[in-house]
Design a protein around this ligand. Structure first.
Ligand code: ATP
Ligand code: MG
Length: 224
């Protein structure tokens, strides 16, 4: 028999964040909403972080898992990069705010000197290594370029250097990582920034709890 008590109930607002840059850049927005985490996810092993508000808690998940937690209502609110949202598809998510943080670009990059335009013009197949399989597939399909996609989970820059792929699709901010690996960006797929996401059902059912947090975040974005 399943234990009906298996899921602990929390009658408040659960916010899903990833540690690192998203957590750090979201701190001032949480503060605008009167929310201060009671632990630092960089140093705590706890995955559920209480805040100074008993009706608000944080859950710390992988960046790419944030939309999933919010889609299924395990979290009411989350902060996720547009890159992650494009890959997820956005189902079940209301996206009320561009938070203007964690800004970068999703780009196609190639080994320095690689004739990207010529390769495409000849109609040659491209081997593309990326963590963003769906987004990359859609991008090249729209351009009419035939690709073999190779799914990776990190260090995409290594793929062209080892002959695993011809090109990569990855996030670029300064371009220093590309340069250090003798790669260059040749095409922009999307401008990226982090978005506030809300579970669509929670937004309808618990609007009075959630709207003040969304509004405080909006004031935080406007004032920074
Ligand atoms: P994981 O470490 O779990 O694989 P990740 O590398 O996606 O996850 P982060 O590096 O914290 O985690 O990235 C979180 C989000 O921040 C990304 O989805 C993207 O939107 C944004 N981001 C990633 N790299 C940069 C960067 N160099 N500059 C600005 N924003 C970035
Ligand atoms: Mg990263």
């Amino acid at each position: 028999m399943m234990n009906a008590q298996a899921t602990p109930r929390f009658d408040g607002v659960t916010i899903a964040l990833s540690k690192g840059r998203i957590f750090e850049d979201t701190a001032h927005l949480l503060k605008m909403a009167g929310i201060t985490p009671l632990a630092d996810p960089e140093h705590s092993r706890e995955l559920i972080l209480p805040t100074d508000r008993p009706d608000v808690r944080l859950v710390i998940v992988r960046a790419s898992d944030v939309p999933t937690y919010v889609q299924y209502g395990a979290a009411d609110i989350g902060v996720a990069g547009k890159d992650v949202l494009m890959e997820h598809g956005g189902s079940g998510l209301y996206q009320p705010l561009d938070l203007q943080i964690a800004k970068c670009r999703l780009m196609v990059a190639v080994p320095q000197g690689f004739d990207y335009a010529g390769t495409i013009r000849r109609g040659a197949r491209l081997r593309v290594a990326t963590k963003y399989e769906t987004t990359a597939r859609n991008h090249f399909a729209e351009k009419g370029v035939h690709v073999d996609l190779i799914k990776l989970y990190g260090s995409m820059e290594l793929a062209p250097l080892t002959g695993l792929a011809d090109v990569i699709v990855d996030l670029v901010s300064s371009g220093n990582t590309l340069k250090a690996n003798h790669l260059e960006a040749v095409e922009e797929i999307a401008l990226i920034s982090a978005r506030l996401i809300v579970n669509v059902a929670a937004w309808k059912l618990h609007r009075s709890r959630i709207a003040p947090i969304v509004e405080a975040f909006a004031r935080g974005v406007a004032s920074s």
